[in-house]
Design a protein around this ligand. Structure first.
Ligand SMILES: [Zn+2]
Ligand SMILES: [Zn+2]
Ligand SMILES: [Zn+2]
Ligand SMILES: [Zn+2]
Ligand SMILES: [Zn+2]
Length: 314
């Protein structure tokens, strides 16, 4: 009796037995006519192949397979490519082909996901997915931000602050500013005229642009709640730069504490804003906070209705 140990040779491509000549690559065997590239399916010329993970490839096909792919057109990125803040890699040429999302800066391939232009610019699919479109979710998220502000030692009066969503045109109209501005929210005050010609604060309403992505909505809420707090305290003597700077600083803190990539992005937008009122105002308040702490600023505003006076170091 003879025991044969030799097992049949199986082609790794078709799974059939190989009887005659075969090609060996790594631990695999192939019918000569089945020694084909796993990417393009074409014959591999002898000697010119790469073996990886049980598959064989043309060297070029293998390189293309391993290369990162364009997030927009799926082409392998073999040469120079673009990578944005969010880690999206893409072909260089898309930069001039696609518009950027007005909120997060991601490029928007409007042919594929039909970015919407309703908010004064194109919105990407990510921002649209978390967009605050309904009054109810707006109210919930606004209340949540109000609780956060209270935890930052900003005490609000018990009177309810109304929050509503509105379109760009209405915000510009309320602010009396041109539509080119980047204003995403506004706080409206209603005063009651008293018999002696004085006024009394009657109600405060916050309006926020409809369709902001969730994180941005939170930051804009925090900013407007800064105005609400100052108005409730009756603080009117701050310069526009200091008032907006204080509100931007509050918004910055909200973003920062979220500890998310989105939060860091919007915090960065505030810190890098070149605007003379918003950007410079933010940096003035931030350096003040570095000296006396955020609590010191809040305390001075509450007790003395003005910002702390920082003595110059000689
Ligand atoms: Zn085969
Ligand atoms: Zn190939
Ligand atoms: Zn591409
Ligand atoms: Zn976006
Ligand atoms: Zn403001």
């Amino acid at each position: 009796m003879t025991i044969t140990n030799s097992r049949p040779i199986i082609c790794a491509h078709c799974g059939g037995e190989v009887c005659g000549a075969y090609i060996q690559a790594g631990s695999n065997h192939y019918h000569p006519f089945h020694f084909v590239c796993s990417v393009c399916g074409k014959d591999i010329l002898e000697g010119l192949y790469v073996e990886d993970d049980g598959h064989v490839y043309h060297p070029g096909c293998h390189e293309a397979r391993l290369a990162p792919r364009c997030s927009y057109c799926d082409k392998p990125l073999c040469g120079d490519y673009r990578e944005d803040y969010w880690g999206l890699r893409s072909c260089i040429e898309h930069e001039v082909e696609f518009p950027s999302c007005v909120f997060c800066g991601r490029m928007v391939d409007s042919r594929r996901n039909g970015g919407s232009a309703s908010q004064g610019g194109v919105r990407c699919i990510v921002c649209r997915r978390t967009a605050i479109e309904g009054e109810r979710e707006a109210d919930e998220l606004f209340r949540e931000t109000l609780c956060w502000c209270s935890a930052q030692t900003l005490a609000f009066s018990s009177r309810k602050v109304f929050v509503g969503l509105c379109d760009k045109q209405r915000i510009c109209k309320m602010l009396g500013k041109n539509p080119a501005g980047k204003h995403l929210g506004v706080t409206k005050t209603r005063h009651l005229s008293l018999w002696n010609g004085a006024f009394r604060l009657q109600s405060l309403s916050v309006f926020i642009l409809r369709g902001l992505p969730r994180t941005l909505f939170m930051g804009v809420s925090a900013h407007e709640l800064g105005h609400v707090w100052l108005k409730q305290l009756g603080i009117v003597g701050l310069s526009e730069q200091h008032e907006e700077g204080f509100c931007e600083f509050l918004s910055f803190r909200r973003y920062h504490q979220l500890k998310t990539k989105e939060g860091q992005f919007f915090a960065g937008q505030i810190a890098g804003n070149e605007d003379n009122v918003y950007g410079e105002g933010f940096r003035a308040i931030r350096s003040m906070a570095a000296r006396v702490g955020f609590g010191g600023i809040v305390e001075s505003l509450r007790a003395q209705k003005r910002l702390p006076i920082i003595e110059r170091v000689q």
